[in-house]
Structure formats: structure tokens, C-alpha cells
Ligand binder design. Structure first.
Ligand SMILES: Nc1ncnc2c1ncn2[C@@H]1O[C@H](COP(=O)(O)OP(=O)(O)OP(=O)(O)O)[C@@H](O)[C@H]1O
Ligand SMILES: [Mg+2]
Length: 329
């Protein structure tokens, strides 16, 4: 079997709390992505989606404790020399964030910033050639009138166009992997759909691997090959996209999908009650237990192990079974 493009094993991150004690924000996460594949990482705010990616890109604030492994093309990223990770970031791994306005320098034209990103990794490219390449990239991400647009400043772009420019920037050095952290959250629904289509097309055309982080399962439904659902600093369910939707095992995933099947087949839960735990006040046992309709004594005592269950893998003492879903469905 060929090596995965990205292989994360037992990744753990701790932060020091206000009282000086350490708390684990990421509690042993395993994720992997094949070359050219799309992995959707889904979960509510605070589940650890962003820090998981920022940890191996070395973008976490100083003082965070990191352990575990994250191999990119077989090369270990955790503990890698800063000079080497800087080469990989922007060249082999491109990033797209939620707020493209803060990602661009407001006093420089967007074209010049993309050109600089290209030249940062290859000084043999002239400024002129790099600007031409920026134009070509604008065309690729369907920004109209690219020759004019590369000379404009970030504030002259609408939100959707800025996000396209950010994708162009991420593509500038032909990366093998793009990490998109809530790339469409700030956009209205129509523009959101256009950006998702664009990412799906680029992935197909260029064979780039994509990690798509979102709190909205709907966003990744049409684009991801595999989905990892995170809760309280752990992956609680993982599997190919279809089974995660249609053979859901974890009650939290079912909550995210919007309908928790019950034995009677009547319960339809549109919203998960309660709020996600903070890393400093996480409950004992399964961190989802205060919000889970299926919780029993063991759930308050023991954190469930991650295990294969039907067509997905999940961490739950009482996973949903096929027989439960058939009734009333
Ligand atoms: N510098 C930090 N110091 C202390 N705790 C932190 C720090 N950065 C993140 N955390 C905590 O780590 C947890 C995970 O944060 P993260 O930003 O990864 O969440 P997320 O899943 O990306 O959420 P969102 O959907 O809001 O972006 C949160 O509980 C957060 O409060
Ligand atoms: Mg985040």
C-alpha cells in the first residue's frame, strides 16, 4: 500500500490554564489522507479542528505542548526545524482560512502578494513572470478580468472574490495538500456553493489533497471522500462519507446530521441540547455524556475506546446500530 499524503497519529496538544495546570485540548487524534483525497473534519466550535492542523504547521502559540506524529509524504512534521517547515508551508501545503481579509496585507495589491509568495519559494522567477503567474491563477479560480484584478487591493474585492484570491494564493506553488479551515463560513449561501464547486473542480483537475474543516456537515457532504467528526478534542467517528451519513454510529454525529433515530423511530432531534465542553471543565467519562440521550452509568465513568462499528469507526459505549435505524425509517 502506498504511503498516505498526510498521516496523523496520536496527536496531543495541551495548554496551560489560568490556574497554571495543563489541560489537553487535543487528546490523541488519528487522521489520514490519501494523495488527492478529500477529508472533511467536522465538529462544533472548540472541538479542536483548527489546533490539530496548526500544530503540525507550527502555527500554534508558544507554550502549547505537542506530542504524537504527523507525517507528510513520510516526513515527520512534529518537531521539524522551523526553517524546513517554512519551506513546506506555502510550497507543499497551502492554507485557506475563514477570513481572507486578514490574510492579505491591505496596503499591497493582491497580485504582488501572490507574486511574492511564488518568489519566496523560487527566487529564479522574475517579479514580472510571477505577476503573470498570479494572473493565470486568477483565471484558474474564475476571477474575471484577471489582468486588471491582480493590480487591485484587498478592499476592492468582494468577500467571495477575496476567498477566490486566497485559493489562488494557496495554489501559487502547486501544493500537494490544501488545508481549508472554514473557507466558506463568512460567505452567503450562493457564494459558498460556488467556492465549494471551485475547490471540488481544482481537486479533480490538479489532484491536490484537501482537508476541509467545517462545523457544518452539509458543507463536506458533496466534496469529502472521508469524514472525521470531532468532539471535545477527539475524533469520535470516522469513515467514508456515505456510511457516516447513512450508517451513523455516534449519537453526536447523528445530532449533527439533525435527526437522532430512536427505538420507536419517532424522535427527530433538530438541535443538540447543551454546549460543547471547555478543555478546562471537561466531564469525566465520555465528554459527550451530558448532552447524550443514550448515556448510562458507564458513560459517566469511562471514556469509550475508538473501535470499528459497522461501516464506520466510533468512540461510543452505545453506538447506534442498523436495527435501530431500520425501525420507522
Ligand atoms: N492558545 C490557547 N490557549 C488555551 N486554549 C486554547 C488555545 N488555542 C485553542 N485553545 C482551546 O483549544 C480548543 C480547540 O480549539 P480550536 O480552535 O481547535 O477549535 P475549533 O474546533 O477549530 O473551533 P472553531 O469551530 O470555533 O474554529 C478550544 O477549547 C480552545 O479554547
Ligand atoms: Mg477553528
Amino acid at each position: 500500500m502506498s504511503e498516505p499524503l498526510l498521516d496523523i497519529r496520536d496527536l496531543r496538544i495541551s495548554f496551560r490554564g489560568p490556574d497554571g495546570t495543563w489541560s489537553e485540548a487535543l487528546r490523541g487524534v488519528d487522521l489520514s489522507l490519501e494523495r488527492g483525497g478529500v477529508l472533511g473534519v467536522v465538529g462544533e466550535s472548540g472541538s479542536g479542528k483548527s489546533i490539530a492542523m496548526m500544530a503540525f504547521l507550527q502555527l500554534l502559540p508558544r507554550g502549547a505542548r505537542i506530542s504524537g506524529s504527523a507525517r507528510f509524504n513520510g516526513e515527520e512534521l512534529i518537531g521539524m526545524a522551523p526553517s524546513r517547515i517554512r519551506q513546506i508551508r506555502g510550497k507543499n501545503i497551502g492554507c485557506i482560512f475563514q477570513d481572507p481579509l486578514s490574510a492579505f496585507n491591505p496596503v499591497l495589491t493582491i497580485g504582488s502578494q501572490i507574486a511574492e509568495a511564488i518568489r519566496l519559494h523560487d527566487r529564479s522567477v522574475s517579479r514580472r513572470e510571477a505577476l503573470k503567474e498570479a494572473e493565470r491563477l486568477f483565471e484558474m479560480v474564475s476571477i474575471p478580468q484577471p489582468a486588471r484584478r491582480v493590480r487591485q487591493y484587498p478592499h476592492e474585492f468582494s468577500g467571495g472574490m477575496r476567498q477566490r484570491a486566497m485559493i489562488a494564493m494557496a495554489l501559487a506553488n502547486r501544493p500537494e495538500l490544501i488545508i481549508a479551515d472554514e473557507p466558506t463560513t463568512a460567505l452567503d449561501v450562493t457564494v459558498q456553493a460556488q467556492i465549494l464547486d471551485l475547490l471540488a473542480d481544482l481537486r479533480k483537475e490538479l489532484g491536490i489533497g484537501l482537508v476541509m474543516i467545517t462545523h457544518d456537515l452539509g458543507v463536506v457532504a458533496g466534496i469529502a471522500d472521508e469524514i472525521a467528526v470531532m468532539y471535545g478534542g477527539k475524533v469520535v467517528e470516522r469513515g467514508p462519507t456515505d456510511p457516516v451519513f447513512y450508517d451513523t454510529a455516534h449519537p453526536y454525529t447523528a445530532g449533527l446530521i439533525g435527526a437522532v433515530p430512536t427505538l420507536e423511530g419517532t424522535g427527530a432531534l433538530r438541535q443538540i441540547p447543551g454546549t460543547p465542553p471547555s478543555i478546562f471543565t471537561r466531564p469525566q467519562g465520555c465528554s459527550f455524556n451530558p448532552r447524550c440521550e443514550r448515556a448510562e452509568a458507564v458513560c459517566l465513568r469511562e471514556d469509550p475506546p475508538f473501535a470499528v462499528h459497522g461501516r464506520t469507526s466510533c468512540a461510543c459505549h452505545f453506538p447506534l446500530g442498523p436495527s435501530l435505524r431500520v425501525v420507522g425509517s
